[in-house]
Design a protein around this ligand. Structure first.
Ligand SMILES: Cc1ncc(COP(=O)(O)O)c(C=O)c1O
Length: 384
């Protein structure tokens, strides 16, 4: 139990405490954070956080320049994702965007049952627990991509819409959204795509010549997409985006009675202004070419990881298609805990694949992979 201090302390003393505390936690630069989708933020993004610390986006009419930049970023990302009639808002991340996407499908249809791949992110289950939608789970194939026939079989008179994922959390593979769009067209349904990670990765992979299935607003039935600048956009969290077709604005607006703008499109009411501006700064600093280079580097390290994992005698259960590599182990949660406790390495895991899950974000390099493999072998040897 802590009590609220009676008196304030000197700033210097407090800062010393904070720096000491920070030293005890890992940092992305050390190469020990290997299972999350955050990465080292761009310096400019950190600068913007400070400059715009006290500005908000709760109402377009308070910090008008900040709001204008949010519009500009939304327009740029919509363009990247094949859309011209797109609006949207920055959110606290992919989970909030997914909840809004689920809400959107319900509001379009007036129905509650949304069909999602059974590997969809747990934020959709949160949406169900909060009463926003009800879920029906469709089967996935051996690469954890949703099976279109399974989606079609679940459609009935109560279906509100379809969720597709590009790319999924466990394996980094992409649902066949184009085929889902054909089904949606046939049954007059709409699609929300969770592109929390893929939205800022797949377009650059495509520029690099990789074969990327269509997943974005170029498909008419895709009416909303969630994308996270705090994943592959080099912006510190919380920074997500919920993008949707303009014709939906009136349907999914929430009343904001004490603001001049009078409406909002997010779950949170007071939104920080720095995330879109930080992302705008990063986009302008890197340009498409910079993001392509970043993507290329991550794909190269991913191939390295995949090769080295197999050379060390481990199984990679699903061929990596993006930047996620799985390493088959027994009791993955326990192994992940041992790696953290004994070697200071944080890695994700997938119960479904019985694997450790490595996410090759921009801060992950070959040395980090080697350290992981050495530590993993030690952990497994000790357990035998
Ligand atoms: C596919 C996908 N969607 C949504 C999310 C949730 O994003 P956030 O943690 O920003 O809420 C994640 C997180 O890893 C994800 O992988």
């Amino acid at each position: 139990m802590y009590s609220f201090p009676e008196e304030g302390k000197a700033v210097k003393e407090i800062l010393e405490e904070i720096y000491a505390m920070r030293k005890g936690d890992p940092s992305t630069e050390e190469g020990t954070i290997l299972g999350t989708m955050i990465t080292t933020p761009h310096d400019l993004a950190i600068k913007v956080m400070e400059v715009y610390a006290a500005s908000t986006l709760s109402d377009p009419y308070i910090f008008e320049n900040a709001y204008k930049i949010e519009r500009e970023v939304i327009s740029m990302i919509s363009d990247l994702l094949g859309g011209s009639d797109i609006v949207g808002s920055f959110t606290s991340g992919g989970s909030e965007a997914n909840m809004l996407g689920a809400y959107m499908l319900r509001k379009i249809s007036g129905k509650k049952y949304v069909i999602a791949p059974k590997t969809a992110h747990f934020s959709f289950i949160k949406a169900e627990n909060l009463g926003i939608i009800r879920l029906k789970f469709a089967e996935v194939d051996e690469k954890l991509r949703v099976v279109p026939e399974s989606v079609e079989r679940l459609i009935d008179d109560d279906t509100a819409g379809i969720i597709g994922v590009a790319v999924n959390t466990d394996a980094g593979t992409v649902d066949p959204i184009e085929e889902l769009a054909e089904i949606a067209q046939q049954y007059d349904l709409h699609i929300y795509v969770d592109a929390a990670l893929g939205g800022l990765l797949l377009p650059f992979m495509k520029i690099l010549g990789r074969k990327i299935p269509r997943f974005d607003f170029s498909l008419e039935r895709v009416v909303g997409i969630g994308v996270d600048p705090h994943k592959f956009g080099l912006v510190p969290p919380p920074a997500g985006m919920f993008l949707f077709r303009e014709w939906l604005s009136d349907k999914i607006a929430f009343e904001a009675p004490y603001y001049i703008g009078g409406k909002q499109f997010t779950l949170t009411s007071t939104r920080p202004a720095w995330p879109p501006i930080a992302f705008w700064a990063v986009i302008n600093a890197l340009g498409k070419r910079g993001f392509v280079r970043l993507t290329e580097k991550c794909l190269r390290v991913t191939s390295y990881a995949r090769k080295r994992i197999e050379e060390e005698g481990f199984e990679v259960p699903i061929e990596p298609e993006t930047i996620i590599v799985n390493i088959r182990v027994k009791n993955p949660r326990k192994v992940a805990m041992d790696l953290k406790r004994k070697h200071g390495i944080s890695i994700g895991f997938s119960q479904r694949l019985s694997s450790l899950r490595l996410v090759v974000m921009p801060h992950v390099n070959e040395e980090a992979i080697e350290r992981l493999l050495t530590s993993l072998k030690k952990v497994l040897d000790e357990r035998e």
